[in-house]
Design a protein around this ligand. Structure first.
Ligand code: SF4
Ligand code: SF4
Length: 99
């Protein structure tokens, strides 16, 4: 599965998740939380934020300052063919894809 996802666009990867139930999507995001590196990011550290995977869940209600973003080095970014950064302040990949 991860082999062919590398060639798909982010939009195609999201489309292929559209059949997931709410519970399955929750499980998927939990799985991605294990790969997310946000908690090592300078914009995240020290803010008290506990959520992760903003590329899927959208903006943080806590992180307001952009002090560097390490998303470009994250395995989730490459696996899903995400192409943005600062999801915690700008919104999810799905939201940014529509801009
Ligand atoms: S791309 Fe960024 S927000 Fe998404 S999982 Fe990776 S580090 Fe977290
Ligand atoms: S989305 Fe980017 S800037 Fe925001 S916490 Fe994650 S790595 Fe840091």
């Amino acid at each position: 599965m991860s082999g062919d996802s590398e060639e798909k666009t982010f939009e195609q990867n999201i489309e292929s998740m559209s059949g997931l139930s709410a519970a399955q999507m929750k499980a998927k995001i939990k799985e991605l939380d294990g790969q997310c590196i946000c908690n090592m990011c300078p914009s995240f550290m020290g803010t008290g934020e506990e959520k992760l995977t903003f590329c899927m869940i959208g903006r943080s209600s806590i992180i307001k300052e952009e002090n560097g973003c390490i998303c470009p080095g994250c395995p989730v970014q490459s696996d899903l063919a995400l192409r943005w950064d600062y999801y915690c302040t700008k919104g999810s990949g799905r939201q940014l894809s529509k801009k």
